[in-house]
Design a protein around this ligand. Sequence first.
Ligand SMILES: C[S@@+](CC[C@H](N)C(=O)[O-])C[C@H]1O[C@@H](n2cnc3c(N)ncnc32)[C@H](O)[C@@H]1O
Length: 236
Amino acid sequence: MDPKANTLPSQADQKLQQEFNQWAAAGRGDEMEDHHSDITDQTLALMDLQPADRILDLGCGTGWASRRMARVATKGEIVGLDVADEMLRRAEQASPAFKNIRYVWGSAEKIPAADNAFTKVLSVESFYYHADQGKALDELHRVIAPGGKIFILINLYKDNHYSLRWVAELKVAVQALSEAEYIALLKRHGFSGVEAHRIPDRSPTPETYSGKWFKNAEELRDFKRIGALLLIATKD
Ligand SMILES: C[S@@+](CC[C@H](N)C(=O)[O-])C[C@H]1O[C@@H](n2cnc3c(N)ncnc32)[C@H](O)[C@@H]1O
């Protein structure tokens, strides 16, 4: 990871970098592994990972999902891309045993990779932060090889109404689209075989909830029951 070797395309990306560097410094990168683990494992099971896969982990944070995939893609490569260099520093620190992971600093809207570089893309809880989602999809379409698949997993989308509360609370702008709007967007940007799945979070919910995102544990349980939105699409 070399922050000087690349540039961020927009002010929005620079804001994301600042915000998520702060999250990383506060230890929130590691917390996300707990929060996203169950829905990500269900997604990994659908990805049919192969030893030779070359996989982009878009918005990889501290790289825990990259490491899970690297244990399977032993003859391939995982590239963890993130706009927040502090997330990547922590990802590198946690990955000395993995020779098949590379962490790269940059934006989803200007992916530092060759055309057709990847067989699969995974993106966990990152896509709604991209200021220009269309540009990000054009980039994904460019870097994925023909026949390759993208897997975009998000908890913030219109059809899970609890998640819309986050829009006003987050310090950076986010996009809140519905499942139907995402399907149309993926098709407009050249993807085929577009599928939308709901992924309930099956992790245990504590009896009491004292955080700021839900009124009580019952709401949190309902949010998890409605589940994350997983978008899967193919490049022909
Ligand atoms: C909520 S965190 C999720 C991190 C990780 N996937 C996980 O589940 O632990 C969102 C991540 O996406 C990254 N991100 C947001 N917008 C991005 C963009 N336009 N390009 C690259 N990374 C981005 C952030 O820096 C942050 O690390």
